[in-house]
Write a protein that binds this ligand. Structure first.
Ligand code: 9J3
Length: 256
């Protein structure tokens, strides 16, 4: 019998499997209609079918300025099939800046774990947030507001300030080298620089990628995001090998 650390689920991962658009779990989805007073708008839950292996960690994902849920929809089935309960959101207003997006993410993960139709599938102690652009800025603000989150993944983040030195949540920032809307030199890089003094803070800077690369399936983004969530939400150290030693374009203080 081989025992794995933490909440490990699924077969032994490979370099190929971590970046796959569909992981080993079959998934279902549930549409979440708008409901006043709940703190977030509407969205879609994607979740693993399997109820035989206990609860899963959960992730809420929010898009960027002027974007609808469809901008980040690909993460729903992809992350769910790797073993997470995922709620992809439409923002309250598409013109919301990062601050209100952070509150929507926090309301969404709380609802997902404690009130949603899939709450029995979710471990309320293992929650994470992610988002694109202003949703990535909101992801960092959410991590700042709630240190109990297990992971944060800002994708091409944009925010009015970039000092997130108060954040202790393990955060994987994904930046794009050809992003002219949220240039990495103004956003992702200084954000990471404010985090990097601490262990468990990562920075994936994609070459040949623009502001919208993270709005559709990408094998590299998937490999790092899945490995990050597995390592920090599931405490599954089988995934450490895909983070450390670091490869070109990635920064992290190893070992993890
Ligand atoms: O969420 C985003 O895509 C940020 C875009 C942006 O530059 O907004 C400026 C108002």
């Amino acid at each position: 019998v081989v025992a794995f650390a933490g909440h490990a689920k699924g077969p032994a991962p490979t370099e190929q499997s971590v970046g796959a658009q569909r992981g080993p779990f079959a998934t279902d989805k549930l549409v979440v209609p708008a409901q006043a007073g709940r703190g977030f708008n509407k969205g879609t839950i994607y979740y693993p079918d399997d109820t035989s292996q206990g609860t899963f960690g959960a992730v809420a994902v929010i898009p960027g300025f002027l974007e609808g849920e469809s901008a980040i929809s690909w993460l729903g089935p992809t992350l769910a099939s790797h073993g997470f309960v995922v709620l992809t959101l439409a923002p309250n207003a598409t013109t919301d800046y990062p601050e209100p997006r952070s509150d929507q993410l926090l309301a969404a993960v709380d609802w997902l774990a404690n009130q949603s139709p899939v709450k029995d599938r979710v471990d309320p102690a293992r929650l994470a947030v992610a988002g694109h652009s202003m949703g990535g800025g909101g992801t960092l603000i959410a991590a700042s507001k709630n240190p109990a989150l297990k992971a944060a993944v800002p994708l091409a983040p944009w925010n009015l300030y970039s000092d997130f030195s108060d954040v202790t949540v393990p955060t994987l920032i994904v930046g794009a080298g050809r992003d002219f809307i949220a240039p990495a030199v103004m956003h992702a890089t200084p954000m990471y620089n404010s985090l990097k003094a601490k262990q468990d803070q990562g920075y994936l800077k994609l070459k040949n990628a623009d502001h919208f690369t993270t709005n559709r399936y990408d094998a590299t983004v998937t490999a790092y995001t899945v490995s990050w969530l597995k390592r920090y939400v599931d405490e599954d150290t089988r995934y450490s090998q895909f983070l450390c030693p670091v490869k070109s374009g990635f920064q992290l203080t190893c070992p993890v």
